[in-house]
Design a protein around this ligand. Sequence first.
Ligand SMILES: *Cc1c(COP(=O)(O)O)cnc(C)c1O
Length: 361
Amino acid sequence: MWGEPAPAGATGVVHVDLSAIVANWRLLCARHPGGPVAGVLKADGYGLGAGPIARALHDAGCRHFFVALLREALAIRSVVPGAMLAVLNGLVPGSEADYVAHDITPVLGSLAEIDAWAPTGRPAILHIDTGMSRLGLDAGELAVLQQDHARLAGMGPRYVMTHLVSSEVTHDPLNTHQRQRFEAACALLPPAPRSFANSSGIFLGRAFGSDLARPGAALFGINPTPGLPNPMRQVVRLMGRVLAVRAIPAGAGVGYNATWTAMRPSRIATVGIGYADGWQRRLSGRAFAYFDGVPVPLVGRVSMDLTTFDVTDLPGIEPGAWLEFLGPHQTQDDVAAHAGTNGYEILTSLALRLPRVYEAA
Ligand SMILES: *Cc1c(COP(=O)(O)O)cnc(C)c1O
């Protein structure tokens, strides 16, 4: 599973377990019996590398993929031959020919986009805004389209979709409101398959099932059911190498502005991962790293390329040791809680300078 060594000279490595991603996809398929489950691979597969992930999911039988941007779609088009590959952020004027040439499906969210796409005569996905107030046809544009189906002539639609606002909050009434608005909207459009739930939506129950689910986060191990045990397998391990260990006397400060001062003679380990790697500066004095499953307290400021730990009680930690920053002992959701954000931001912040090492599916 986690066997691959670090590339020579690396001081930080992101291990990505492709077999865990495939297992997570299969679990989501089992939880969504009414229709297939797509893979949402925007932001380079939530920071983990869209190419290898797309290949592993395609090999496992996944035939629908979503990204945010046309260029993200172009990057994986050849990896998922024959599969539907759709761009969530809509159609930027002038890009129609690229979509057609590479068999990429736009997600259309306005009458202007629909009218720009119609001359291609090719299928598209229609996006309805049921509460996000972000992208998708708003109530006025939807009403126009419902009176004028001819505008959709020739384009399918391949799916009609909407996106949940609060799916991770199980009892939020918005979930049911959005489901009802979506059903009402679809009823007055030409019949088409529907796409509804994201990761957490799949766990809201059968009523939130549709002809195509669109999970991203849960594929990558982010808990789709916050507050309940995580049903997903951990996918990521971020490992940092200890570059130096030094003994400091009581009273010595550590790091910028000496925000931490040793209360006793201490051993400080310096690891080659910092905020430029996506290990946020606001984790200063908060999170841990793990060594053989034992928590090691982070002390002082996180700096750009380095983070310091108090290893006084862990004599086994020497230069060359590897500490786990993210992994089974401290997940992206745990670190997010320390940083005041969500696991999505933790994963998509992992810097490109960290090599990705893939454990085969
Ligand atoms: C990001 C996104 C998804 C996937 O959401 P997760 O919470 O990561 O499962 C699905 N649909 C749309 C429109 C999105 O933007």
